[in-house]
Write a protein that binds this ligand. Structure first.
Ligand SMILES: *Cc1c(COP(=O)(O)O)cnc(C)c1O
Length: 397
């Protein structure tokens, strides 16, 4: 997955354009910037990539989730339904708005179970956020139908699914709002960065203002801008955008490499009868950033993951005991450890975290292993890795 594996002359050229002008700020300084607007150019490139009318770059994927929700008016006391398997960032981004993350069961897509979503809707629910984990997606049509029926905002955290599609449409560009991360390990990297993607003009304008202190960005003179509402600073810098601009041009190349490496590994594992794979919804195509497979039970999966580690099969994750991506071990969040007071309303809204059981999520995450697909592997390395993985699994199932 990580785009940093293939840095080259294009990344250096784009960054040097910025260093030569000295303008690191994405807005203003019109006369000094030698015509370079890297953030604007990257936003245009991403509009094409995600086939979406509007893209607002921000400083991270976490910021993208907060800005996306804020741009649609989600805030204090509102409930946002999301899956138990995610990255803590998606949870944090909701908390930052004073809103309440409501975590529900996943299914064999490794993200939202539509039935669990519908059962979790209350009169406080404002949005459903699917987290497109590990390069694939939820049942997008089923989730959209629920959101339409209950008049809820539909949001995609597509940070891990750059380049995946559903019924021919890029993920992140399907729901009302899509969120991307271009942090150091994502398929396209800016170092740090993120994007909010939407076809909704109003959400876009809100995101544009909100991510830069509420500035309206009208005219060339920053001093003359007005501030329609409160905002913060979630800007990306020109340096970061420059790296991303070089990387986005290489996305088709990255996806092709991922697909080739993924397919070779998958074909090898598919010969083991005890190995099954994560379900890709009909009409979906993964980004091939990860290969996700299931073993017959949690115990076997934990043993296989450990044996991978010991035998040098790196970059494979078993999320059951992981405290970044799976609710089970989020003790600091279950205990609501915060530097500052959390409102009683949010505390009440999150009380369920301590007691609620998630047997279906445990069933899928317990048996799952997620292997990152690297861009830098040679064919021989993939072959050797596949053989090692097959041998280890066969010796333990
Ligand atoms: C990486 C990631 C984020 C956060 O992105 P940052 O740019 O690191 O803040 C959010 N959600 C998911 C699913 C991610 O993988």
């Amino acid at each position: 997955m990580p785009g940093f594996e293939l840095f080259g002359s294009q990344e250096r050229k784009e960054v040097n354009d910025v260093l030569e002008s000295g303008v690191l700020m994405r807005y203003g300084f019109d006369g000094m910037r030698n015509g370079h607007w890297k953030a604007k150019e990257l936003e245009q490139a991403l509009q094409n990539t995600f086939q979406s009318k509007h893209v607002q770059l921000v400083s991270s994927g976490t910021a993208a989730v907060s800005v996306a929700l804020a741009s649609a008016g989600v805030g204090a006391g509102d409930e946002v339904i999301m899956p138990t398997f995610t990255f803590v960032a998606s949870f944090e981004a909701i908390m930052m708005l004073g809103a309440i993350p409501v975590l529900v069961e996943i299914d064999d897509t490794l993200t939202l179970n539509p039935k669990a979503v519908e059962a979790a809707i209350t009169d406080k629910t404002k949005a459903v956020m699917v987290v497109q984990m590990c390069g694939s997606m939820g049942d997008m049509d089923a989730l959209q139908t629920i959101c339409t029926k209950h008049n809820l905002l539909f949001v995609e955290d597509a940070c891990q699914a750059i380049g995946a599609t559903y019924k021919g449409k890029p993920l992140g560009g399907i729901a009302d709002l899509g969120c991307f991360s271009f942090d150091f390990v994502k398929t396209i990297t800016c170092g740090e960065g993120g994007a909010v993607v939407t076809n909704n003009q109003n959400f876009y304008t809100n995101a544009d203002h909100y991510s830069d202190h509420g500035h309206d960005h009208i005219g060339n003179d920053r001093g003359a801008e007005t501030h329609p509402f409160l905002g913060y600073n979630f800007r990306i810098s020109e340096l970061h955008a420059a790296v991303g601009l070089a990387q986005v041009k290489r996305l088709p190349e990255f996806i092709a490499i991922q697909k080739k490496n993924y397919t070779n590994l998958r074909e090898a594992l598919a010969e083991i009868p005890e190995v099954t794979f994560r379900r890709i919804p009909e009409g979906g195509e993964e980004s091939y950033a990860f290969l996700n497979f299931f073993l017959p039970d949690t115990d076997t999966s934990l043993k296989v993951a450990e044996a991978f580690k010991v035998n040098g099969v790196d970059a494979c994750f078993q999320y059951y005991n992981n405290n970044w991506h799976y609710l089970r071990k989020w003790d600091h969040l279950k205990d609501l450890k915060s530097l500052f007071p959390i409102s009683q309303e949010v505390k009440n809204g999150l009380a369920y975290l301590k007691t609620k059981a998630y047997p279906e999520s445990d069933h899928y995450i317990g048996r799952n292993i997620s292997c990152l697909i690297k861009l830098s592997w040679t064919e021989a390395q993939v072959k050797e890795r596949a053989q090692k993985m097959v041998d280890i699994i066969k010796s333990l199932v």
